[in-house]
Design a protein around this ligand. Structure first.
Ligand SMILES: Nc1nc2c(ncn2[C@@H]2O[C@H](COP(=O)(O)OP(=O)(O)OP(=O)(O)O)[C@@H](O)[C@H]2O)c(=O)[nH]1
Ligand SMILES: [Mg+2]
Length: 596
């Protein structure tokens, strides 16, 4: 049987998963009403977090498909996937056109010599402009230095959600066959007798974990074949040779893993039985074979500490709260989360390095759902030194906003050491592109939403380490810190809400040192939110003198991470996210300040 290996890549939300889902549905691999975004967090957020494999059968060909995440924090995962497939479907929203992550994934694909098939998706949107978008994509190929052969790309117009694809925008079509036919025609076959007859060389590009089988490796078999129970060698990244045995092997079909006894060159399979296998290593039967070129993994860009929760409310909500439990959970995470680096050497905290705020926030969100309780310190950018020069991570930011709002955005990003590289007015919005140190961008997103009244779109991605930009002055908002422990009273909150934005509502448990809101002007403010009589008729509509409280800006993990100050911790438990001062009493805080 013939095999084709493709990945679906795009900017976040451009419709990769919906297209994959439709492909699986139409090929009969799965029932209606299911989605590739199988993870609970993915469903809730409506984004893909983990790249996932599937395969479908079409005209006697097995098509292995990898659905990748579009969010920039997960780009190193996409990069690894790109190393192991033969072509990509570059999905581009027919209204939005190419976005930062489109550029990134296309750039990586072109560098690897892939010939993308462009899928202009969501053509059903009322504001779709497929012709313009096709032109923009062509320009992007040019800008990124595509070869003549790559520039001659095929275009398919699609409504991925409804499962329709067509070669020309006016064609009649009721399914995705035009796209699948193009895949069969244009993507090089991955399998051949010649390759299968060679000696085995397979390479993991992703890891998984199974409670019974332990670490799993998702591999592409480049040459030869693997059989169940094979005794294999692993050529490590350090050049050392290790031994392993293929205990079990699976292929993906629809959403299921199907067990296999044998797999041939060209296929993508999951193998179990090599406990310490890592991405980029070479699995072989003959230890003399040349190892495959290794797969590079991007370095982390931000760092923070995970600590045992020691707030006055510690242990009230979580099931797993001790240092040892947190450590074991983090060790398990490093089995599969390859972008993560954790330093376990301190006994007081674990230093966790990741690829961005969302990358870490997803881990924290998973942990709290499993019943963990902990606190974290403020995320810091990771600096590097090269040839005696201090370097820091930079990001490219693409912003789309209504024209009259560009002034304030440009002013703020410039203050944060951003450099505008492009400004393009379009029909009813302006697109601005900035290059800015990650440090300058941390905490900016929530301000951006306010400044653009929720109408702006901001997308960013790490572009690498560059020269340190010097001190960055950010808008200084203070924290409103509770001086008392007890229940918040509507009466005091009513008075406090004039001073800034509150993170809590009335009748909530607070403790001394907890941050209950921000102060719009000036420094930290110590307040008593528990003072005064509790009013029973709050917000009850009929009462004439009822107190009207502005709805609080309730914290979640990401929001907390982006607004917290250096002297604070974010306390995360299954049901609560609270911000607090590291030192809970005012006396201690003053003493600490003196020491510095
Ligand atoms: N109108 C329209 N909406 C679509 C189409 N395809 C997908 N969508 C919608 O766009 C949103 C995002 O779709 P997804 O398939 O989750 O996007 P994605 O590219 O997988 O997103 P990430 O994995 O998070 O990067 C969903 O609300 C879909 O229902 C389409 O062809 N037309
Ligand atoms: Mg998706």
């Amino acid at each position: 049987m013939e095999i084709r290996n493709i990945a679906i890549i795009a900017h976040v939300d451009h419709g990769k998963t919906a297209l994959t889902d439709s492909l699986m549905k139409q090929s009969g691999a799965v029932e209606e009403n299911f989605t590739m975004d199988t993870n609970e967090l993915e469903r809730e957020r409506g984004i893909t977090i983990y790249s996932k494999n599937t395969s479908i059968f079409y005209k006697d060909t097995k098509i292995n498909i990898v659905d990748t995440p579009g969010h920039a924090d997960f780009s190193s995962e996409v990069e690894r996937v790109l190393r192991s497939i033969d072509s990509v479907l570059l999905v581009v929203d027919a209204q939005e056109g190419p976005m930062p992550q489109t550029k990134f994934v296309l750039k990586k694909s072109l560098e690897l010599g892939l010939k993308p098939i462009v899928v202009i998706n969501k053509i059903d949107k009322p504001a779709a402009r497929p012709d313009d978008v096709k032109e923009m994509v062509y320009e992007l190929f040019l800008d990124l230095g595509a070869s003549d052969e790559q520039l001659d790309f095929e275009v398919v117009y699609a409504n991925g959600r409804d499962g329709i694809a067509k070669r020309k925008i006016d064609d009649d079509s009721s399914n995705l066959e035009p796209l699948l036919d193009l895949v069969l025609e244009k993507v090089v076959p991955a399998s051949s007798e010649e390759l299968t007859n060679k000696e085995l060389r397979a390479q993991p590009f992703n890891l998984g974990y199974d409670n019974f089988l332990g670490r799993l490796a998702i591999c592409r078999i480049y040459e030869g074949k693997i059989k169940k129970a094979d005794e294999v060698f692993v050529k490590g990244l350090d050049g050392q040779l290790r031994k392993g045995k293929i205990i079990k092997m699976f292929t993906f079909h629809g959403l299921e893993k199907v067990e296999l006894d044998e797999a041939i060159a060209g296929d993508i399979v999951v193998v179990a039985g090599i406990p310490d296998i890592f991405i980029g290593e070479t699995i072989c039967l003959n230890p003399e074979v040349e190892p495959l070129p290794i797969i590079h993994i991007d370095e982390p860009t931000i760092s923070l500490n995970f600590l045992v929760n020691n707030s006055p409310f510690a242990g009230k909500d979580g099931k797993f709260v001790t240092n040892r439990q947190i450590k074991e959970r983090l060790e398990k995470e490093t089995e599969v989360n390859v972008g993560l680096k954790i330093d376990f050497s301190s006994t007081e905290y674990y230093k966790v390095d990741g690829r961005g705020e969302l990358h870490i926030a997803v881990l924290l969100e998973k942990m709290r759902r499993e019943g963990y309780e902990l606190q974290i310190s403020q995320p810091q950018v990771i600096f590097k030194e090269e040839n005696g020069e201090k370097l820091e991570p930079y990001e490219e930011v693409i912003i789309d906003i209504p024209g009259d709002m560009s002034g304030v955005v440009i002013e703020k990003l410039s203050k944060r050491k951003g450099i505008m590289t492009e400004m393009k007015p379009d029909v009813n919005h302006t697109r601005i592109i900035f290059e800015i140190p990650t440090r300058g961008l941390l905490g900016y997103k929530s301000e951006f939403i306010v400044d653009t009244r929720g109408e702006g779109i901001l997308a960013s991605r790490v572009i690498g380490f560059k020269k340190y930009a010097g001190e960055i002055e950010k808008r200084n908002v203070g924290s409103m810190v509770s001086m008392a422990t007890g229940k918040s009273s509507g009466f005091s909150l009513f008075n406090l809400q004039e001073r800034g934005t509150l993170y809590i509502g009335h009748a909530e448990d607070v403790y001394e040192g907890m941050v209950i809101g921000n102060v719009s002007k000036g420094n930290d403010l110590v307040v008593n939110p528990t003072k005064g009589k509790e009013l029973s008729n709050m917000r009850s509509s009929g009462a004439d003198e009822a107190i009207k409280l502005t709805p609080p800006d309730i914290l979640n993990i990401e929001k907390g991470m982006s607004i917290m100050s250096e002297d604070e911790y974010l306390e995360i438990t299954p049901n609560f996210v609270r911000l607090r001062k590291q030192y809970l009493t005012e006396i201690e805080r003053t003493r600490q300040k003196r020491k510095q």
